[in-house]
Design a protein around this ligand. Structure first.
Ligand SMILES: Nc1ncnc2c1ncn2[C@@H]1O[C@H](COP(=O)(O)OP(=O)(O)OP(=O)(O)O)[C@@H](O)[C@H]1O
Ligand SMILES: [Mg+2]
Length: 314
């Protein structure tokens, strides 16, 4: 049995034949897992999702969704997936109840089947009390939850969420995270989400693909990605050319890895508590001055910095 929900090979999208919004993406998504596409603005996350949900046509490459070919079997794919978009896509003159009913009918649901599915969704997204009010009276977080509910109404096998918590308050964020965990556990769903919040990827994802400029720059479980950095991170801002300093630091026995970008040097060490002083000493010994220093337990942000030289959230 195929255990992959999604498989893509060298998937690309260009709008002008020159610049690639998505520039050769290979994905393998196991069923019943949560995959996060993590990357800064313009990385190509929405474009990737839009291709996978059959909204836009790839310029080249292949993709299979639940065994169906993306370009040939888009009808079958659409029946088995649910999507929420980055931009709000709900007619706010309708009531929440109407939004779900119309959506269900579009998918051929009716009668008691539709009624009980709608009931179940309002329970899940905790909007029973406002289901007969117009969507325009909902808060941003309530609208997000309604969109999520709409995507879930048809019990999709794969759920695509493009920036599910963008612009929502902390409590709604926590709720949406809870739903996502529940959907995976209780409904066996496969979930693909995009985010530029690393804590979101860190809390939810079984696997993370960090993407930038249309390409996957690294991937793995959160633990794998973080372990690849060594245990703690010390970041130093220094003046002057860092190349020779990087070499010297790499030679120190307690240093795991060193990367430098734009005057910042990122050093992975086994234990920052005991290593920060000797590290500073050896930087100063090399004739450099330190204008800024911070110590971090590594997170996906440091992984991103290592590969791109930029912060994830700019
Ligand atoms: N319809 C379009 N025509 C031309 N260029 C486009 C189009 N849609 C997207 N792009 C470009 O493709 C690149 C990737 O955009 P995309 O929306 O996929 O990024 P993203 O990772 O979702 O970013 P964000 O975090 O801001 O949502 C960007 O440079 C964008 O300007
Ligand atoms: Mg986007």
């Amino acid at each position: 049995m195929n255990t992959l929900a999604i498989e893509t090979k060298d998937l690309k999208k260009t709008y002008d034949g020159k610049i690639y919004a998505v520039d050769g993406i290979d994905l393998q998504v196991e069923k019943n897992t949560v995959l996060a596409l993590l990357g800064p603005n313009g990385a190509g996350k929405t474009t990737t999702i839009s291709m996978l949900v059959t909204l836009i046509t790839p310029s080249s490459g292949q993709a299979k969704i639940l065994g169906y070919d993306l370009t040939k079997d888009s009808k079958n794919i659409r029946k088995k997936i649910g999507v929420t978009f980055q931009e709000m896509a709900i007619d706010d003159q309708l009531t929440g109840q109407q939004v779900l009913e119309i959506h269900g009918k579009l998918y051929g649901m009716k009668g008691s089947e539709l009624k009980s599915a709608v009931d179940e969704i309002f329970d899940l997204i905790e909007l029973q009390e406002v289901r007969n009010k117009k969507v325009k009276s909902y808060s941003g977080g309530m609208k997000r939850r309604l969109e999520l509910g709409r995507a879930l109404l048809t019990k999709p096998e794969i759920l695509f969420l493009d920036e599910p918590t963008l612009g929502v308050d902390v409590q709604t964020r926590a709720k949406i995270w809870d739903y996502i965990i529940k959907l995976k556990k209780e409904y066996g769903m496969t979930i693909i989400l995009t985010t530029h919040y690393m804590d979101e990827a860190q809390s939810l994802a079984d696997k993370v693909e960090i993407i930038d400029h249309g390409k996957i720059i690294t991937q793995g479980t959160v633990e794998e990605l973080i372990e690849s950095l060594g245990s703690d991170i010390i970041k130093l801002e220094i003046s002057g050319d860092s190349a020779s300093l990087v070499k010297k630091l790499k030679a120190l026995d307690f240093v795991d890895q060193v990367t430098s970008h734009d005057g910042w040097i990122q050093v992975g060490v086994d234990n920052s508590d005991t290593r920060v002083v000797p590290l500073i000493q050896s930087v100063i010994q090399q004739g450099y001055s330190i204008s800024n220093l911070n110590i971090k337990k590594p997170s996906l942000g440091e992984v991103f910095f290592k590969y791109t030289g930029r912060e994830l959230r700019e």
